[in-house]
Design a protein around this ligand. Structure first.
Ligand code: S3P
Length: 445
């Protein structure tokens, strides 16, 4: 499912107070993992609240092509009957992951433990993203790379290992995708597979592996890091998964509620795994009124209801060690920082250069096109907030859903409207974004 259709431009205008109660779609990270682990398990996995965005639907298609039975039973209700660890069948055609780095990289890890050959491909954004970071550990485990575009990029073909070698792997960058790929490959390996990360990245794979019956331990390592040890060759058993609402999707209307005067929005079922809530911590430090109303736990993932009210924000310094817990949220944080009083400095953002687009460059362009003073110094982004944003700019999406949503949120509170050249990619993660925002009071034209 790769976009080739016409661009869908949209303009966001200064809106009256936003209000309402919403459940944003299911978490993207959990949705990919539920499908992949379901496919690697024996028996049935029932998933409710699955994100039915293009990225996740591509992962569902890939799991089907690898031999799992994946069925949609109703809205967000899915059933996966898996093939068991190391049980994937060789797919007849290349696996197309569209725009999704997570789907592609996690599936590479999952395929690495089955003795089959599979080709991975995606859209031009995904084809430009680094895959060597996944191939390096997988090759150490015995995977053979047959063919790849320059620099190990897509399209690429790998041959999984019959008996992967269990390794101890230190991830070169804080990345849950690298960690997850190694752990998923390690499922087929005898003995223990260890991943050591200098900074603790989201732990959904570890939590869900345990939920499906694997033995995984996780201990602190150094100041901010983690050592994760998986015992190989478990018998994974299908298990129910209820997908909480995605905090990375809630981030957009949350910031809009802060910026548009007199707004109040309640968000239900938002996942509050502490490795995902860096934005909420940061916004609160900036003076945001975000109240946690109630909290529940499900399958190891906590969730809560939040009330967000418009707030006067102030600039702050965001430390680099917070980056893994809000890596997808810097674009919308930069929008919030533009409306704050004072300077916000966000440090340690090097990984933003290799997301769906170069998000450092794209964020800077988005801000400057709308009259905000900002700069990038090394790996840091500095935004000079002046309490209001002139707006009036045209923002280039670069095939990146989060740029489109961030720019639209900016336009709801800026002096002049903000235009986005293409909103089509929003469907990768948040298919109902535009109608949901309109219901809350957003003015789009
Ligand atoms: C994700 C991990 C992050 C994040 C992505 C989802 C995941 O990527 O940016 O949107 O579900 O594991 P990295 O692990 O490459 O930082």
């Amino acid at each position: 499912m790769t976009h080739s259709g016409p661009k869908i431009p949209l303009e966001a205008r200064k809106s009256a107070a936003l209000s309402g109660r919403v459940r944003v779609p299911g978490d993207k990270s959990i949705s990919h993992r539920a499908l992949i682990l379901g496919a690697l398990s024996l028996g049935q996995t029932r998933i409710s609240g699955l994100l039915e965005g293009e990225d996740v639907l591509n992962t569902a298609g890939a799991m089907r092509a690898l031999g799992a039975t994946v069925e949609r039973l109703g809205e967000g209700e899915w059933s996966v009957r898996g093939v068991g660890v190391a049980g994937f069948a060789e797919p007849d055609a290349p696996l197309d992951f569209g725009n999704s780095g997570t789907g592609c990289r996690l599936a590479m890890g999952a395929v690495a433990g089955s003795p089959i050959k599979a080709t991975f491909d995606g859209d031009s954004s995904l084809r430009s993203r680094p895959m060597r970071r996944i191939l390096d550990p997988l090759e150490q485990m015995g995977v053979r790379t047959w063919d790849s575009a320059e620099g190990g990029r897509l399209p690429l073909t790998i041959q999984g290992a019959r008996d992967p070698i269990p390794i101890v792997y230190r991830t070169p960058v804080a990345s849950a995708q690298i960690k997850s790929a190694v752990l998923l490959a390690g499922l087929s390996a005898p003995g223990t597979t260890t991943v050591i990360e200098k900074e603790w990245s989201r732990d959904h794979t570890e939590l869900m592996l345990r939920h499906f019956g694997a033995e995984v331990t996780s201990e602190p390592e150094g100041a901010h890091g983690r050592r994760i040890v998986l015992t190989g060759q478990p018998e994974l058993r299908g298990a129910p998964v209820r997908v909480p609402a995605d905090p990375s999707s809630a981030a957009f209307p949350m910031v809009a509620a802060l910026l548009v005067p007199d707004s109040e929005i309640v968000f239900t079922d938002v996942m509050t795994n502490p490795l995902r809530t860096g934005l909420i911590t940061t916004l609160r430090e900036m003076g945001a009124r975000i109240d946690e109303m109630s909290r529940t736990d499900d399958a190891g993932e906590p969730m809560a209801e939040f009330r967000v009210r418009s707030s006067q924000l102030r600039g702050i310094e965001v430390p680099p060690e917070r980056a893994p817990s809000m890596i997808d949220e810097y674009l919308i944080l930069a929008v919030a920082a533009s409306f704050a009083e004072g300077t916000t400095t966000m440090r340690g953002l090097q990984e933003l250069r290799v997301k769906e687009s170069d998000r450092l460059a794209a964020t800077l362009a988005m801000l400057r096109a709308n009259g905000v003073r900002a700069e990038i110094v090394g790996d840091d982004m500095i935004v000079e907030g002046r309490g209001h944003v002139p707006g009036g700019g045209l923002v280039a999406t670069h095939m990146d859903h989060r740029i489109a949503m961030s720019a639209l949120m900016m336009g709801l509170a800026s002096d002049a409207p903000v235009k986005v050249d293409d909103t089509a990619f929003i469907a990768t993660s948040f298919p109902d974004f535009v109608p949901m925002m309109r219901k809350l009071g957003a003015e789009f034209a």
